[in-house]
Design a protein around this ligand. Structure first.
Ligand code: SAH
Ligand code: SF4
Ligand code: F3S
Length: 467
């Protein structure tokens, strides 16, 4: 009988990417089929996240829940960032865990499983072998017209609150030729949109040509844009400190680059940004956005905020609210600061009451939600270029529908034939709902006349205050 693997992934897109790779790898090496039903599984894997305390604790309650499956001979593994941080301590706390592996050793899973069975001992491998992972992974399985491609691993920024540099190791870039070969292959197999992935993608460094000249992220984007079939390029996450003039200029030259940028700012107060060791000021952040919008007036921006960092005053918090309006962010991942063991900020004196922090978080979220609705409403009546990704999650009033995404990363649902899946088409936006748009097919000729190009995401940007 085919063996089945249940994988639960927590945390960021890097973790999701890794989880997909685990499934591919276990399928290729040992014939495992993925299952969404934990009761059916022969192998249960938790790909953990330790960015905040809540995420890290979750894994132990989830482990407790699958413990009983051990009686059926199920193997249990823990990967990801908690595994990387805790290592063998996980087995001490939960002795029924069979495998502990880190983000950089997931490619060794088949061997770890074999050794576990041969030695009848839990196996722990959380080392950081220099980027050998990608040489040991099978080619990606194509599951639609969009794909993620990891271009670098780790982080060397050491923001004072963050565990990532400790759990994922320092920044290591994948070689340019490897990245391009993977994307060319995806393009040949029908992928139209790639999202370049990494903790700080714009810290990517490589070499190009026979003489090994230096290559940066801006150049990488231009190389990807030149590959056949790739019609849209996104990336996440980038860091303000690595946002070079060269990278900004790419927005003028590469129309495939989507007019949406996720650029975490974390806070609106320079005092707090300093304590976070982010390495930039609010003015510098706004200057990046101003230069980008000079080239792409309708660029939409999303971000991350940490609320309630130790020492945050009402005045600091007001600066965050002000920045949200100035930039016109239309989405964000915002969380209350969570002290993480081993990070410098965990030792800072923190006297802000939790209730006040939660109140500030709600204010941040409400402000961004209001922006998002205003921007979505302003898109009604415009024509947007959509990559049709597949069927909508829910049927429309007239039956099944399709969904796609605008360049500025909004989901659009519309009625259309399944043949459109995988194609870039023009839609006229007819309605703005709280978390999606509705569209109607729009004749190509009329669209060409109306649309302002791939970069044209008509939005409330025009009426926003310029930062
Ligand atoms: N490399 C990216 C983000 C990676 S982590 C960057 O620097 O922008 C994702 C987000 O988690 C961060 O942007 C931050 O907002 C949040 N985060 C990280 N550590 C946190 C902590 N200790 N408490 C609360 N939020 C945290
Ligand atoms: Fe964490 Fe800062 Fe690195 Fe982002 S840049 S992953 S917040 S240390
Ligand atoms: Fe979490 Fe690790 Fe990603 S801590 S956010 S899974 S890098």
């Amino acid at each position: 009988m085919t063996k089945k693997v249940y994988i639960r992934s927590y945390g960021c897109q890097m973790n999701e990417y890794d989880a997909a790779k685990m499934a591919d790898l276990l399928h290729a090496a040992q014939g495992y089929e993925p299952t969404a039903d934990v009761e059916q599984a022969d192998l249960v894997l938790f790909n953990t996240c330790s960015i905040r305390e809540k995420a890290a604790h979750k894994v132990f309650s989830d482990l407790g829940r699958v413990k009983a499956l051990k009686d059926k001979g199920v193997l249990i593994g823990v990967g990801g960032c908690v595994a990387s941080q805790e290592g063998a301590a996980i087995v001490e706390r939960a002795p029924y865990v069979d495998l502990v592996f880190g983000p950089q050793t997931l490619h060794r899973l088949p061997q770890l499983i074999e050794r576990r069975l041969a030695e009848q001992q839990p196996q722990v491998d959380i080392s950081f072998p220099e980027i050998e992972k990608f040489d040991h992974l099978p080619p990606a399985r194509v599951t639609g017209p969009t794909a993620f491609v990891s271009i670098m691993e780790g982080c060397s920024k050491y923001c004072s609150y963050c565990v990532v540099p400790y759990t994922r190791g320092d920044e290591v870039s994948r070689p340019l030729d490897d990245v391009l070969a993977e994307i060319a292959d995806l393009g040949a197999r029908g992928v139209r949109e790639v999202t370049l992935l990494g903790q700080n993608v714009n810290a990517w460094r490589g070499t190009i040509g026979a003489d090994g000249g230096p290559a940066d992220f801006a150049l990488l984007i231009e190389c990807v844009a030149a590959l056949p079939g790739i019609e849209r390029i996104r990336y996440t996450t980038s860091h303000p400190n690595e946002f070079t003039p060269r990278l900004i200029e790419v927005y003028a030259r590469v129309p495939q680059l989507a007019s949406h940028l996720h650029l975490p700012v974390q806070h609106g107060s320079d005092r707090i940004l300093g304590a976070m060791k982010r390495g930039y000021t609010v003015l510098q952040y706004k200057s990046i956005v101003r230069r980008l919008r000079a080239l792409r007036p309708q660029l939409s921006l999303s971000t991350d905020f940490i609320v309630g960092f130790p020492g945050e005053t009402d005045a600091d918090h007001a600066l965050t609210l002000k920045l949200i309006d100035e930039i016109g962010f239309d989405a964000s991942f915002s969380f209350v600061f969570s002290p993480r063991p081993g990070t410098p900020a965990a030792n800072l004196h923190d006297d802000t009451p939790q209730a006040l922090k939660l109140q500030r978080l709600q204010q941040v979220q409400a402000r961004i939600e209001a922006n998002a609705q205003r921007i979505a409403a302003s898109r009604v009546g415009t024509v947007q270029r959509i990559l049709v990704e597949g069927p909508s999650r829910r049927p429309g009033a007239q039956g099944p529908e399709l969904m796609g995404r605008t360049a500025c990363n909004r989901i659009v649902n519309f009625a259309g034939p399944a043949e459109l899946i995988g194609r870039m088409i023009d839609l006229r936006i007819t309605e703005a709902l709280p978390h999606s748009l509705r569209g109607a097919a729009w004749p190509a000729a009329a669209a060409a006349a109306q649309r302002t190009g791939e970069s044209g995401c008509a939005s409330a940007a025009d009426s926003r205050a310029t930062p």
